[in-house]
Ligand binder design. Sequence first.
Ligand code: HSE
Length: 319
Amino acid sequence: MTDRIRVFAPSSASNLGPGFDVLGLALPKLGDMVEAEPSVTPGIEIVEVTGDGGALTRDPTRNVAGIAAADVLRRLDGLEVGAPPHRGARLWLHKQMPLASGLGSSGASAVAGAVAVNELFAAPLSRHDLVASALVGECAASGTPHADNVAPSLLGGIVLVRSCDPLELIDLPVPTELRVVVVHPHCEVSTVVARRLIASRSYALDDAVANLGNIAALVDALHRGDLAQFGRSVRDRLVEPVRAHLIPGLAEVKTAALSKAALGCSISGSGPSMFAFAGSDDDAQAIADAMQAAFHDAAGLESEAYVGPVNREGARRVE
Ligand code: HSE
């Protein structure tokens, strides 16, 4: 027990409107915990998964935390991709957030697994390498590589993913007064299904141009702390319209948020959670209340709301 360490990785909101697969931020409250201890048996063993209602496998070759952790072992051993590691670790994964929620659940598990195993062996890997390992796990869950959940979960703050291959991440400034609201309605959206929906389509050039303008303006607004411009830029003409039908009450929830001075509102990741931004704690709470009421009234859905500043810390070891 003395050698066992614990790591918490926060949930995340990705896309942030126009930035499909390239923008994400770490959320303030929910997340996953992984406990890890060294093992004399090479490779990863998942001893226990709690909090998942039995939905997740303990097979380390199919569980995102196990896959990410195994990639860390491989890097620690200096081995080629796919080579069996020399070192070993036992993991306990504690799910502390809903599955298929759009809040980066698989990403948080992958990050917690990767960071925990690195910590277990005196933390020689860089944060960049750890994001790369977590990305291997996330890719197994969603079917395609995208780092807009794992990068902010691990690094904290708001992250721009310029490229996944090679991995290039850019930390964006977080205005002090910015608050984020996420509302999770009690329904599920499969990321794999939501990605399949958008993968096989053609997109109009003017919609692509609108999103490009919004991403550029959003990044500029963060650098200048211009919350009004930031809010105007949280608009997505490519992905949200295609996925909207997956989220009952989306239009009403968005209208409710914007009626309470939200600085933009859109789908968190692949949904069903919705996020909004605010410029104060009071506004954020009013927006959260309005969004929850709209989910209830328009779609008969109960929900949870989480409100707070962007989590700047990211994944961390806890006692
Ligand atoms: N950017 C991803 C998507 C996030 O929207 O599919 C989901 O994990």
